[in-house]
Design a binder for this molecule. Structure first.
Ligand code: NAD
Length: 272
């Protein structure tokens, strides 16, 4: 299969509305997910941070998304305003995409134990983990007829990855939070899952020291010997957010060309 990004059209999300948090530019994983959800008939709302507005508006326009709300997840007031606007305009939603993370890039290098400050530990957990708990609480209040939610995680939650440091700890907490949220919202008919994506070239990856080597080395380790295609992550999102994914909740679904299953790569993968 070619690595061309392909988003099949259909009606799997026809009549469904959802909030996508985390489109920053055309490389964002949330952008690939949005293209797939829209191709299946979903009506979307994008939330964005002010600094990204100039990049996000043209993308929204490209997809026919007219509903945009500014939202800084680190601010209660901003979250209050964003969700009040969605409540006012839509009243109910069917799904939530949480594709947000942040950490001080000065701490995404070298020694985890030496470089992690109290302030950035708290900030990373707040923006990358608590924001999902908070958004899930607010979104579920608009999901009386059931719904689905996803967040984006990375293998650094389960294994030690160079430079990933405090983000790995945050992703471990995010995956655990996914299970607790799934337990709490399951009785309301709301499914909550995480996608563990392989390395993809985005702004976030650029913030990790040596982030590009996660791509280059990853390609050698992965059974498929290729980068993770954002369209594959978008396909997993479609599965989890549509009725295709019914009965699946509390799961961490790996979409990483198989990288996570390898204990030791084939020596011939490193022959040039
Ligand atoms: P990205 O930089 O395009 O997306 C990160 C988003 O977080 C941006 O839209 C940014 O505006 C948003 N954000 C940061 N601080 C915020 C705040 N205070 N309030 C609201 N939004 C805020 O990069 P991405 O790689 O698409 O990242 C999306 C998610 O995917 C992240 O959770 C990331 O950890 C995860 N992920 C990325 C990779 C990868 O290799 N790129 C792999 C696995 C998981």
């Amino acid at each position: 299969m070619s690595d061309e990004q392909y988003f099949p059209k259909g009606d799997l999300l026809k009549g469904k509305r959802g909030l996508v948090m985390g489109v920053a530019n055309k490389n964002s994983i949330a952008w690939a997910i949005s293209q797939q959800l829209a191709a299946q008939g979903a009506e979307l709302c994008f939330s964005y941070i002010d600094a990204m507005e100039k990049r996000v508006r043209p993308l929204a326009e490209e997809l026919g998304v007219e509903f945009l709300v500014p939202c800084d997840v680190a601010s209660d007031a901003s979250m209050d305003e964003a969700f009040a606007e969605i409540q006012k305009k839509w009243g109910k939603i069917d799904f939530l995409v949480h594709s947000i993370a942040f950490s001080d890039k000065d701490e995404l290098k070298g020694s985890f134990v030496e470089n992690t400050s109290r302030a950035n530990f708290a900030q990373s957990m707040d923006i990358s983990v608590f924001s999902f708990v908070d958004a899930a609480k607010r979104a579920s209040a608009m999901m009386d007829a059931g719904g689905a939610m996803i967040t984006l995680t990375y293998l650094g939650a389960e294994r030690v990855i160079p430079s990933y440091n405090v983000m790995g700890v945050a992703k471990a907490a995010l995956e655990s939070a996914t299970r607790y949220i799934a337990r709490d919202l399951g009785p309301k008919g709301i499914r909550v899952n995480a996608i563990s994506a392989g390395a993809i070239k985005t702004l976030s990856l650029g913030g990790i020291s040596g982030g590009r080597s996660l791509l280059g080395e990853g390609r050698k380790w992965a059974p498929m010997r290729e980068d993770t295609n954002p369209a594959g992550v978008a396909g997993a999102a479609l599965y989890l957010l549509s009725d295709l994914g019914r009965s699946c909740t509390g799961e961490v679904l790996h979409v990483d060309a198989g990288f996570h299953i390898v204990g030791m790569p084939d020596p011939d993968a490193f022959d040039d």
